[in-house]
Design a protein around this ligand. Structure first.
Ligand code: G3P
Length: 220
């Protein structure tokens, strides 16, 4: 499963990129607004930090303006994926942009039926929101499983991006369910590293080494 960071924060992206495990970035109007900079400028800076698919979302609500904004966003950098909401206009815009070979990420997906529409419209990525379904008492991960099965049944090329992941357990479950991509807030990515036995093991190894070799490093 590819790992994307779900943030527009440059410091978080730099830290994540240094680990060499970040395959892409997702943003949305909330995340861009949080940084307070013009979307084009912010997205360009993100493209300089992470070499991978970078989703940038339109804010227009009608298809014509979504297409116009989408084309503008796509011009920023070859790695841009245009994010569109799963509405009638969003699907219409997705069909138009896909025919022009502009890659799209259809977002705010909450049912497998919606995901089927996005695939039919040629979406490059579909973004089902796991956590927000859990929030209202539905099984968000079941949606990921269901979409993966449907896409596999019919050979759709649209990638399933598990969004709204809130914990390391969500990330593992999304990978088990077969999501192609998981997008994670920086905090969740950071939490994936942690295990008390890893810390305890390092402490023991260092103690044993120092007893015999003091501060000597491993040398050739
Ligand atoms: O980028 C969309 C999604 O990942 C949002 O997550 O936690 O606000 O539901 P959340």
């Amino acid at each position: 499963m590819k790992i994307f960071l779900d943030t527009a924060n440059l410091d978080e992206l730099k830290k994540g990129a240094e680990w060499g495990i970040v395959d892409g970035v997702t943003t949305n109007p909330t995340l861009i607004a949080r940084e307070g900079r013009d979307i084009k400028e912010q997205v360009r800076m993100i493209c300089d930090i992470v070499d991978g698919d970078i989703s940038a979302e339109v804010v227009a609500l009608d298809a014509e303006n979504m297409v116009r904004e989408g084309r503008e966003l796509a011009r920023i950098h070859p790695n841009i994926v245009v994010k569109l909401p799963l509405t009638r206009d969003g699907i219409k815009a997705c069909s138009t942009l896909s025919k022009d070979n502009i890659r799209t990420n259809v977002t705010l997906c909450f049912t497998a039926g919606q995901a089927l529409l996005a695939a039919k419209a040629g979406a490059y990525i579909i973004s089902p929101f796991v956590g927000r379904l859990d929030d209202i008492g539905y099984d968000g991960m079941q949606l990921i499983r269901s979409i993966c099965t449907i896409y596999k049944n019919y050979g759709f090329q649209t990638q399933v991006l598990a969004a709204s992941l809130r914990s390391p357990l969500h990330v593992v479950a999304a990978a088990e369910a077969g999501a192609h991509i998981g997008t994670l807030p920086f905090k969740v990515l950071d939490m994936l590293f942690n295990h008390p036995l890893t810390d305890k093991g390092i402490e023991q190894f260092m103690k044993d080494w120092h007893k015999v070799f003091q501060d000597a490093p491993v040398t050739a």
